[in-house]
Design a protein around this ligand. Structure first.
Ligand SMILES: Cc1cc2nc3c(=O)[nH]c(=O)nc-3n(C[C@H](O)[C@H](O)[C@H](O)COP(=O)(O)O)c2cc1C
Length: 345
């Protein structure tokens, strides 16, 4: 169900927070562990102001997509029909379109920095090696507090070895790290054959944080029209379990802070990801379906949970149920329902 302002819980109806919920993610001091993840809601100043007003501790701006810029450029070429007649027009329109998109994004960062008192994290998704570093440099100059690299190359080519795929990520991370000094995090997918080792090696590049996991467009098919359509745009609460397992298994073993993303739809979900080792949660779907007022509801739940269990700060629960902290670490590594299959339980 889509969010409508009339139906959403207004922040005024939520009891004000009484506890200090501060936390730290990649060196940024945050007033609480909820970050508004990158989405259409963080694509403009009005949207991010609304998220700040409702209690978000930081915002990740909508990604600047190189692919989108290239698409705009190609449409522009078609529009003016200069493609064949004036080959030199290619370069002009390409540079112009790209610069315009980057300039708009830089303006958003500058305006957000002026208007907001919470950290502003920029986000980029590039295709070519060069653009990752070029965009990153411009974003740092614009004053973003941090940069999130929304990185995913679908390993669709059966000829491409997994080591080559992983090396591409590492090369890009190393290049970006050479160019910028603001904190950098990478938002990853779970689709690596050796996920733990890949993420460990990513953390050696000097990045300050990692977001587990991004959620992607999934193609569905319409069996009547035989067309490819979009799968569900918003996550379901069940999607939290994949992130939870990997946060639990990796939070003590990776050399950077971890953020959780995917399927965090309520206060309970927020508490769970903190317990398994995330420093923060990056949420999106619930902000669309229930509205930004849900941030206050989730924070209130967190506060009540901490009080009920006798904790006085968020840091006391972060990682309390990570792999190394629980009595039976094998619980996180179990993948088969053996007991259930054999009918013992
Ligand atoms: C409509 C929509 C647009 C999104 N756009 C971006 C984006 O531009 N960049 C990005 O890194 N993630 C993007 N995301 C992913 C979210 O930031 C988030 O990581 C993901 O949806 C999982 O969190 P959730 O279960 O709370 O939705 C988008 C998500 C949605 C629903």
């Amino acid at each position: 169900m889509e969010y409508s302002p009339e139906r959403s819980i207004k922040p005024d109806f939520i009891q004000p927070l009484t506890m200090n919920l501060t936390t730290k993610f990649m060196g940024l001091n945050l007033k609480n562990p909820i970050i508004a993840g990158s989405s259409g809601l963080t694509a403009n100043l009005a949207g991010i102001l609304e998220l700040e007003k409702n209690g978000a501790a930081a915002v990740v701006l909508k990604s600047l997509f190189e692919e989108q810029i290239t698409f705009n450029y190609k449409s522009k070429l078609r529009e003016v029909d200069l493609n064949i007649q004036y080959p030199e027009a290619h370069e002009f329109i390409n540079n112009h379109t790209k610069q315009k998109a980057v300039d708009d994004y830089i303006d958003l960062i500058t305006n957000a920095k002026k208007a907001l008192s919470i950290p502003v994290i920029a986000s980029i998704n590039c295709v070519t090696h060069y653009e990752w570093t070029a965009f990153a440099t411009e974003i740092e100059k614009a004053g973003a507090d941090a940069l999130e690299l929304n990185m995913f190359f679908i390993p669709a080519d059966p000829q491409r070895m997994s080591a080559v795929v992983e090396e591409t990520y590492i090369e890009i991370l190393q290049e970006v790290m050479k160019k910028v000094s603001i904190p950098v995090c990478v938002k990853v997918s779970p689709y690596f054959s050796g996920l733990s080792n890949s993420l460990l090696r990513f953390s050696f590049t000097g990045i300050k944080g990692m977001v587990l996991f991004n959620r992607f467009f999934s193609p569905d098919i319409d069996i009547e029209t035989m067309k490819v359509i979009s799968g569900p745009i918003y996550s379901s609460p069940d999607e939290i379990y994949l992130s939870m397992r990997w946060l639990a298994m990796l939070s003590d073993r990776i050399y950077c802070d971890l953020a959780a993303s995917s399927g965090i739809h309520d206060g309970k979900g927020l508490v769970k990801v903190l317990l398994v080792g995330a420093k923060v949660a990056e949420i999106a779907s619930i902000l669309y379906t229930k509205g930004p007022g849900e941030i206050g509801v989730m924070l209130k739940y967190l506060e009540e949970y901490l009080t009920r269990h006798g904790f006085s700060s968020v840091s006391e629960i972060i990682g309390k149920m990570s792999l190394r902290q629980i009595d039976n670490p094998a619980d996180y590594e179990r993948v088969q329902f053996i007991k259930y299959y054999s009918g013992i339980e």
